[in-house]
Design a protein around this ligand. Structure first.
Ligand code: FE2
Length: 380
C-alpha cells in the first residue's frame, strides 16, 4: 500500500512523543524498513498476565552453557540456536584444539566475548582478542590456539551462503568502518613437529563429522592470492551513525549480511536530545525476524538494569517486546548508551537446544509486564 493514512489519535510524526495515555506500537514488515503503521494503544502490549505456549521472550546466561571444548582440547562448541540459515554456538575453549577443523556447512563468524590467542589457518596465523569478529570462510582448515584459558566465543554459522558486508548506500565508504582496517593473515605454514605423528583434520558437513588423518600438518599453505580469506575487525573500530533527533532502527548498525539473517552491532552512542524525541524503542512484534541479542558489555536502553554480560536473549517474531517498565525512568537519567551488543536478526524461526533450555531464566518474559505475572503458569 503506497498511501499513508493517519486515523484517530496519533503522534504528529512517528517516534516524536506518544499522545497522552498511549503506547506506540510499531507494526511493520521486513524488520523496520518495510511497510509500517504506528499503532497508539491504550495499554502496553507486553502487559501480559500469563503466556501459554512457546512464543515468549527468552533469556539465557550463556556463561552457564558448558561446551565440551571447555574441558577437552578435542571437544567442540555447543549449539544453542538453529534454523536452516543460521546456527549459533557457544565455545569456551581453554586450550589449543587437538585437531584441525574444516567447516563445510558454512562460513563462521567468531565473536570474541573474552579471550586472546591465535586463529591458525590455511591463510596464516591471525591473532584474536576481546571484541574481535573473526570470519572464517566455509571450507578453511583452521585451529584455535588460545594464549589465555578464559576464552568465550559466540559462533554464528551462515548455512546458506557467504558472510558479506551490507551495502553502504548513502552513508558512503567509511561508515560503519573503513575497510582498510580489516586484518587478513600472511601465509605461514606450520612446521611439522619433530616426532612423526598423525594430524587429525575434522570435516563437518550436514552436521556430520568425518576425520581425515595426515602425516603432515594440514596448515601447509606457503602462499595465497585472491579475495577469499580469514579476516577480522574489532567492535571498538565500529563507527555507526547516531541521531540527535530520532531513534535509529537497528539495521543502521548492521555489520554483516548473510542469506536469511543479519548481524548487527549495537555500540556506544549519545541518546537523542531533541525535546520531542522518544528515547526508548517503540513496542514491536517484529513479524519478519526473530531477534537474538548477546550482551558483550553494558546494556540496551530497553532492558532491565540487572542483565549481565554474556546474557543472550531470543525475542521470537510475532510476540511483542519493547521497553522494560523500568526503562522509561532510566532513559531520563542517562545521556549515553555505553554498550556493545551483538544482535542476530533471523528471517526463519529459530529453534533452541537443550543446552539453551538448561541455561534459561524462566522469568525473563515476565519482566516486560508492568503488572504482576504468574511465571509458573506461563511455562510452555
Ligand atoms: Fe526488537
Amino acid at each position: 500500500m503506497e498511501i499513508r493514512h493517519a486515523k484517530g489519535v496519533t503522534s504528529r510524526q512517528a517516534r516524536t512523543g506518544w499522545p497522552e495515555g498511549t503506547y506506540e506500537d510499531e507494526h511493520g514488515r521486513n524488520g523496520f524498513s518495510g511497510e509500517v503503521s504506528m499503532l497508539y494503544r491504550a495499554h502496553p502490549p507486553t502487559r501480559w498476565t500469563r503466556i501459554e505456549g512457546d512464543l515468549k521472550p527468552r533469556a539465557i546466561d550463556s556463561l552457564a552453557v558448558q561446551p565440551t571444548d571447555q574441558l577437552d582440547p578435542a571437544g567442540i562448541p555447543e549449539r544453542i540456536l538453529h534454523n536452516s540459515d543460521v546456527h549459533v554456538y557457544v565455545s569456551r575453549r581453554r586450550e589449543a584444539m587437538s585437531y584441525y577443523m574444516r567447516n563445510a556447512d558454512g562460513d563462521e563468524i567468531y565473536f570474541v566475548h573474552t579471550g586472546r590467542g591465535t586463529v591458525e589457518s590455511d591463510y596464516g596465523p591471525l591473532p584474536y582478542e576481546t571484541g574481535d569478529y573473526v570470519v572464517v570462510p566455509k571450507g578453511t582448515n583452521y585451529r584455535i590456539v588460545p594464549d589465555v584459558p578464559d576464552n568465550f566465543f559466540l559462533i554464528v554459522e551462515s548455512r546458506k551462503g557467504p558472510v558479506t558486508f551490507p551495502d553502504r548506500g548513502l552513508f558512503g565508504q567509511h561508515l560503519p568502518f573503513d575497510f582498510a582496517l580489516l586484518q587478513t593473515p600472511d601465509p605461514q605454514p606450520a612446521p611439522d613437529e619433530t616426532e612423526p605423528r598423525e594430524y587429525e583434520l575434522r570435516i563437518k558437513r550436514a552436521d556430520r563429522w568425518t576425520r581425515v588423518y595426515h602425516d603432515f600438518c594440514p596448515l601447509d599453505v606457503v602462499g595465497w592470492t585472491g579475495n577469499l580469506s580469514v579476516y577480522k575487525l574489532n567492535v571498538r573500530d565500529l563507527r555507526g551513525p547516531s541521531s540527535e533527533r530520532t531513534h535509529l532502527p537497528p539495521i543502521s548498525y548492521a555489520t554483516f549480511q548473510c542469506p536469511g539473517f543479519w548481524v548487527v552491532t549495537f555500540q556506544p552512542k549519545p541518546f537523542e536530545t531533541a525535546p520531542d524525541a522518544v528515547r526508548v524503542p517503540s513496542y514491536h512484534r517484529n513479524v519478519d525476524y526473530d531477534e537474538v541479542v548477546f550482551t558483550h558489555s553494558g546494556r540496551l536502553m530497553s532492558r532491565a538494569a540487572d542483565q549481565g554480560a554474556a546474557t543472550l536473549t531470543l525475542h521470537p517474531a510475532g510476540i511483542h517486546h519493547g521497553p522494560n517498565p523500568r526503562a522509561f525512568e532510566a532513559a531520563k537519567k542517562l545521556d549515553r548508551m555505553e554498550a556493545y551488543l551483538v544482535n542476530i536478526d533471523s528471517e526463519q524461526p529459530l529453534a533452541w537446544t537443550q543446552a539453551f533450555t538448561d541455561a534459561e531464566d524462566p522469568g525473563y518474559w515476565a519482566t516486560f509486564s508492568d503488572q504482576p505475572v504468574r511465571v509458573d503458569g506461563g511455562q510452555a
